[in-house]
Design a protein around this ligand. Structure first.
Ligand SMILES: *Cc1c(COP(=O)(O)O)cnc(C)c1O
Ligand SMILES: [Zn+2]
Length: 430
């Protein structure tokens, strides 16, 4: 496949049929699915594209009785926000994985080095499979079960594969995971170990994604990021909720978010908006910045060229977890960054490697390449004067460096190799 088409005709011609579960699904405060483009509404089900205009569907809610106290009384994981998610009220009692409530690190050493006043790192490497993807998968699984599915599937750039395989194993259901065959070995091993079906597909992520879209019309499986994507995507809101709650129920002024499909970025913004509307935080403008790798920067390019349309690219970067050349939520991420006064930037692979080492050296946090992308982008935005060094800023580290050792292993190593004698130690001149 040499060209990738973003037009509606690129969608599967037959939209998957709406499943009719035995009973009406209990998805908590979720009331319907609504088209982001034309507003058409649909009953809650395994639907992701509008039958009228092919626009993406999003969960609509009626929130009831959510207070700081009700959230504070919840568990130390994403289910403390269940009153704001499309999941049943009793979700906290199910045998799902329990991601979330990861640490928010005040990064004073890094801030000093960068000349910033107040910088925080939201470190999502602390999730069960060491990336933010555990959040979205947990919500997708909870919704998929309510919708009557018993197989969890996905196309993945790696972290999603880990999260789906592990969550399905814990839930005692089958998983089917499709990945590009050239994925990092570490991410293949850390998926295969959970025992589900793992298919290495000869192609890039966009090829894998297209195959999954076709399969979702044929198989009775919940593809977390395809046919149950509206629920999956809502899981990213918990990042925004946690940032605000961990800052003492306060919104930051700036946030730097990595962009693959663009979903996470739009949902972090949505979470801040919901908290303001519900009176859980004081309203305050939050500038949202998007971060991409130069080798896969369709959203940053559109931002810089002042275009609305995203031109798909063929990814070529060490940041494989962000290597989506045809980002489904790219236009919406672009909108958020423009509307909030943020920006989208991209950085080189060498800048990514430097940033991974900078974060390790200053804060003792080992980020995967995606975290390197966000920190390198923050640095670039500071240089360009687009990011305010005096404003409260949160940087997202969405994954763990142990999964992408190849990115930095040629650049770091022992300070010296010595014989086990004091003389050798002295001779090394340390
Ligand atoms: C998937 C992923 C993202 C971005 O996700 P989107 O919502 O698709 O933009 C960011 N960081 C890591 C480590 C990921 O695996
Ligand atoms: Zn529509």
């Amino acid at each position: 496949m040499s060209t990738i088409d973003l037009s509606p005709t690129a969608l599967p011609t037959a939209l998957p049929a709406l499943r009719t579960p035995a009973r009406r699904p209990d998805l908590g405060p979720a009331t319907a699915l609504a088209c982001r483009e034309c507003g058409s509404r649909y009953e809650l089900g395994a639907l992701y594209a509008c039958a009228e205009c092919f626009g993406p569907l999003e969960v609509a809610y009626e929130f009831r009785g959510v207070t700081r106290e009700s959230i504070g009384a919840g568990p130390a994981n994403i289910w403390r926000y269940r009153g704001l998610l499309p999941v049943p009220e009793d979700v906290a009692a199910t045998r799902n994985t329990e991601p979330g409530w990861t640490r928010l690190v005040r990064a004073d050493n890094l801030a000093r080095e960068l000349g910033m006043r107040e910088l925080w790192i939201k470190d999502d490497s602390g999730n069960p499979t060491h990336s933010f993807k555990d959040r979205v998968v947990a919500v997708a699984l909870a919704a998929a079960r309510e919708l009557g599915f018993s197989v969890l599937a996905c196309p993945s750039t790696g972290n999603l594969a880990n999260a789906v395989a592990a969550a399905a194993a814990r839930a005692g259901i089958r998983s089917v995971v499709l990945v590009p065959a050239d994925l990092e070995q570490a991410k293949i091993v850390t998926t295969a170990v959970y025992g589900g079906t793992l298919l290495a597909v000869r192609g890039d992520y966009d090829d894998v994604n297209r195959l999954a879209s076709e399969l979702s019309g044929e198989e009775d499986w919940a593809f977390v990021n395809v046919n149950v994507r509206p629920y999956y995507a809502e899981g990213s809101k918990t990042l925004g909720y946690e940032i605000a709650e961990q800052l003492g129920w306060r919104l930051p002024e700036q946030v730097v978010v990595p962009v693959a499909s663009g979903s996470q970025l739009t949902k972090v913004d949505k979470a801040f908006g919901e908290l303001s509307r519900l009176g859980l935080v004081e309203e305050r403008p939050v500038r949202v910045f998007g971060a991409q790798a130069g080798g896969c920067a369709p959203v940053a390019t559109a931002f810089k060229e002042g275009r609305d349309a995203i031109r798909p690219v063929r990814p070529r970067t060490i940041a494989k977890s962000l290597a989506i050349g045809n980002p489904a939520d790219g236009p919406y991420a672009l909108d958020v960054c423009r509307r909030t006064g943020g920006a989208v930037e991209d950085v080189t692979d060498d800048e990514i490697r430097d940033a991974i080492r900078l974060l390790g050296r200053t804060e003792g946090v080992f980020a995967e390449t995606a975290g390197g992308v966000t920190l390198a982008t923050l640095r670039k935005l500071l240089r360009e004067g687009l990011l305010d060094p005096g404003a409260t800023t949160v940087l997202l580290n969405t994954g763990d460096g142990l999964k992408t050792l190849d990115a930095v292993s040629p650049l770091v190593g022992p300070t010296a190799e010595i014989d086990p004698t004091l003389a050798a130690f002295r001779a090394a001149g340390l």
